[in-house]
Ligand binder design. Structure first.
Ligand SMILES: Cc1cc2nc3c(=O)[nH]c(=O)nc-3n(C[C@H](O)[C@H](O)[C@H](O)COP(=O)(O)OP(=O)(O)OC[C@H]3O[C@@H](n4cnc5c(N)ncnc54)[C@H](O)[C@@H]3O)c2cc1C
Length: 491
């Protein structure tokens, strides 16, 4: 991964702070990027292209973070992000994905109540294996939309925040006609379960005031058929990346930063971009000296981070219906299940079970075998003759010390400017990552944009300081504006 195709690129523990001149010779400003997810890589790439000396420190033995494409089945399967949310030119990732010619599989158009799915191709089942009639699913979907509209009114009427669950209780008091029973109630729970999946947390944690504040780009949602990794690899090309470097300490002084990793080695530069997950910041496993300002610490503490996991079941052959997703409805959203059928999009005989919130937390306590078996038992409820998987893959985003959560959400009763506070630089420390995205939190494109933004802030600050602004290019260079149409299809 380490490049060295430009001389004077390697930063080391001996690197001095001053950026302007040394022995009369000008040298490039330097930056250390902490975290090699999409945000850190976007920042590192942009600053490298703007002639900075860039060193990227990544704790894992791989790049990508919550983008993790696994190839152990003999084909790509994403254990983290797999959708491009917003298949349109405005999507900041569109130029890169278009240029790489990566195909997308559309799973929904704009404004679906199910976010990344619509009801074009699916099958829902009751616990006893009986398929729920499609008309009933559509009808309950409309009722769910009405409930959300009513919840929106509650939001406008009340000054104080409440959870989505509390708002729904108010809605049912006002509109008893929206209360459902029997199978319809169970289908409603399934819609709620998908909403909880979108936020990676249960309805009693989702803030009514925060809900619906994030923006959705137009163009619907497309699955990355060949996985997200090519995007990561392209961004990382030629960068000086140090894998297995877990940062434990960041010291900032007026003239630079000093970053220490687990084994005691220290690296120095003019500035640093902190692009580790919110969960890692919450755990306080990285010590800041001097400590971060109170408003920054409060933002870290108050912003929520939820859990969604993937349990990938690879089968010898396909025995399930040829639909985009399968679901099991139940008496509570906790008991509902959702399986993404990758065969439809990629041709591989794989189902991906995706639990979120408390269910995901509970499953993370199990061994991988037990978790895969749990998912298989859910599948057996709807397809009793299902044959056992030949392989399974299980993600642990909640307990993995490199993530400690899947993605951020606005918690009940907390201010709604926390992402912005998380993003605001502190001296020569810049912050990036999905949780710092105002408009597109919890997404790959949101995280990518924050990396570019942090890079630009960093460039401005470092160069203003040394009066060298005219020497370097802006970080969002010409390349980013070349437009190649996205390749999206549906079968
Ligand atoms: C199951 C799941 C499904 C998802 N689905 C989608 C989807 O379909 N579409 C979508 O747009 N988004 C999705 N997301 C969200 C998306 O993956 C994230 O928003 C995005 O990848 C976050 O990027 P990031 O760079 O902010 O953080 P990360 O990718 O987490 O990168 C942070 C990096 O910091 C490293 N790190 C941690 N601690 C240290 C340390 N002390 N020192 C050095 N390095 C450290 C980590 O190892 C990691 O590589 C999903 C996420 C999950 C978990």
């Amino acid at each position: 991964m380490e490049s060295g195709n430009r001389s004077n690129r390697q930063l080391s523990s001996a690197l001095c702070y001053s950026s302007s001149t040394k022995g009369g010779q000008a040298r490039s400003p330097s930056v250390i990027v902490i975290g090699g997810g999409i945000a850190g890589l976007a920042a590192a790439r942009a600053l490298y292209d703007a002639s900075f000396q860039v060193l990227l420190l990544e704790s894992r033995d791989r790049l990508g973070g919550r983008v993790h494409t696994d190839y152990s089945c003999g084909f790509p399967v994403d254990l983290g992000a797999s959708w491009l949310h917003g298949v349109c030119e405005e999507n900041p990732l569109a130029p890169l994905i278009g240029r790489l010619g990566l195909p997308l599989y559309r799973t929904s158009g704009d404004n679906s109540v199910l976010y990344d799915h619509d009801l074009e191709s699916y099958a829902l089942f009751d616990m006893d294996g009986k398929q729920v009639p499609q008309e009933l699913v559509v009808e309950v979907g409309k009722i769910f939309e009405s409930i959300l509209n009513e919840a929106n009114k509650v939001r406008e009427e009340y000054n104080e925040d409440m959870s989505i669950q509390q708002a729904f209780s108010l809605v049912f008091e006002r509109r008893p006609d929206l209360r459902l029973e029997g199978l319809e109630f169970k289908v409603l729970q399934w819609y709620l379960c998908r909403m909880e999946g979108w936020f990676a947390t249960d309805a009693d944690n989702i803030s009514l005031k925060g809900w619906d504040q994030e923006e959705l780009l137009p163009g619907g949602h497309g699955l990355m058929v060949r996985g997200y990794l090519p995007v990561i690899n392209t961004l990382a090309k030629g960068l000086d990346v140090r894998l297995g470097h877990r940062v434990t300490n960041i010291v900032r002084r007026y003239n630079g930063v000093k970053v220490t990793v687990e084994d005691g080695r220290t690296f120095a530069a003019d500035a640093a971009i902190v692009a580790v997950p919110l969960g890692v910041l919450k755990s306080q496993s990285i010590r800041f000296e001097p400590k971060l300002p109170d408003w920054k610490e409060a933002a870290i503490a108050d912003l929520g981070v939820g859990i969604e996991n993937k349990i990938v079941l690879h089968f010898e052959k396909v025995f399930w219906p040829n639909v985009e997703f399968l679901g099991v409805v139940a008496d509570s959203s906790y008991g509902c299940s959702y399986f993404l059928n990758l065969h439809k999009a990629t041709g591989h005989s794989v189902l991906v079970y995706m639990p979120a919130g408390q269910l995901a937390k509970d499953i993370e306590k199990m061994s991988d075998e037990a978790a895969a078996n749990f998912a298989f038992v859910q599948l057996k409820k709807i397809l009793p003759d299902a044959s056992s998987p030949i392989r399974h893959l299980v993600s642990h985003w909640g307990t993995d010390i490199n993530s400690l959560g899947s993605y951020s959400y606005g918690a009940v009763g907390k201010p709604h400017d926390l992402s912005e506070k998380l993003r605001i630089p502190v001296d020569n420390l810049f912050f990036a990552g999905e949780a710092t995205s105002l408009s597109y939190p919890g997404s790959v494109h949101g995280a990518f944009s924050t990396g570019l933004m942090a890079a630009e802030d960093c460039r401005m600050r470092v160069l203003e300081r040394y009066g060298e602004l005219d020497l370097f290019h802006p970080v969002m260079g010409e390349e980013a504006s070349i437009s190649v149409p996205l390749l999206i299809s549906r079968m």
